[in-house]
Design a protein around this ligand. Structure first.
Ligand code: ADP
Ligand code: MG
Length: 240
């Protein structure tokens, strides 16, 4: 589904990604862990071209995201992204936020978009909050609206960049539960997260990044119980 080949990304003279090779199969859940500044966000942002790649290839179902013929709005619809900050429009209701994409990107009618929007908000457990504005929702509810907003575009894959890091601890669980459901339904997902419990339970594979490279990857049991590299051992000592 997603194929990344020798991805390099520089910011000015600083090489932030130094040759990333990764592939994610349809339905696979990959959790990316690593210290702050290791390039995890940049890696995700390159996949749906929020960042211009310096060199290397990124294919989504065989389609090169850098190809000039590739419609970047289509890539962003088909590879949904959820951020630490929910970035909802404050002047739109939950339903308004979720229906914007289907209307603007997919060209859905208001009735069609409302129908999709209601279904997606129900799916994330917010069927009774469709008319609430973001300011009338908790952080966990806002993040679930943000997930529903991505899902409303029928993505082929979802990227999550520390989706629970901005939440009060008691609200983390409700967002992780929605992500677990998505994973169970077979959504292809790449998740950057410090939630080691989620990684252990839900990930098919864990990737450990440090210094702009993938240092180690494997099944959660391997990564957490039998880390090979000193860098991963050191990281685990600090986070667990
Ligand atoms: P992580 O998500 O693992 O914490 P990031 O991908 O955010 O890491 O950042 C990796 C490195 O790239 C950091 O050193 C960061 O300062 C740098 N960086 C990220 N975005 C930019 C940018 N837009 N301009 C310059 N440097 C950046
Ligand atoms: Mg980050």
């Amino acid at each position: 589904m997603i194929e990344v080949q020798d991805l390099h990304k520089n910011f000015g003279h600083v090489e932030v990604l130094r040759g990333i090779d990764a592939s994610v199969a349809a339905g696979e859940v990959v959790v990316v862990v690593g210290p702050s500044g290791s390039g995890k966000s940049t890696f995700l942002r390159c996949i749906n071209r929020l960042e211009e790649v310096t060199s290397g290839r990124i294919l989504i179902e065989g389609q090169d995201v850098r190809d000039s013929r590739t419609d970047i709005n289509m890539i962003r619809a088909e590879v949904g992204m959820v951020f630490q900050q929910f970035n909802l429009f404050p002047h739109l209701t939950a339903l308004g936020n979720v229906t914007l994409g289907p209307r603007k990107v997919r060209g859905a009618s208001k009735a069609e978009a409302d129908d999709i929007g209601r279904k997606m908000l129900e799916k994330v457990g917010l069927g009774d909050k469709i008319d609430n504005y973001p300011s009338q929702l908790s952080g966990g509810q806002q993040q679930r609206v943000a997930i529903a907003r991505s899902l409303a575009l029928s993505p082929k894959a979802m990227l999550f960049d520390e989706p629970t890091s901005a939440l009060d601890p008691e609200l983390v669980g409700e967002v992780l539960a929605v992500m677990r459901d998505l994973a169970r339904e077979g959504m292809t997902m790449i998740v950057v997260s410090h939630e080691m419990g989620f990684a252990r339970d839900v990930a098919d594979r864990v990737i450990f990044m440090d210094g702009g490279v993938i240092v180690e990857e494997g099944k959660p049991s391997q990564i957490f119980k039998q880390p090979k590299s000193a860098r991963l051992k050191d990281f685990l000592r600090r986070v667990i």
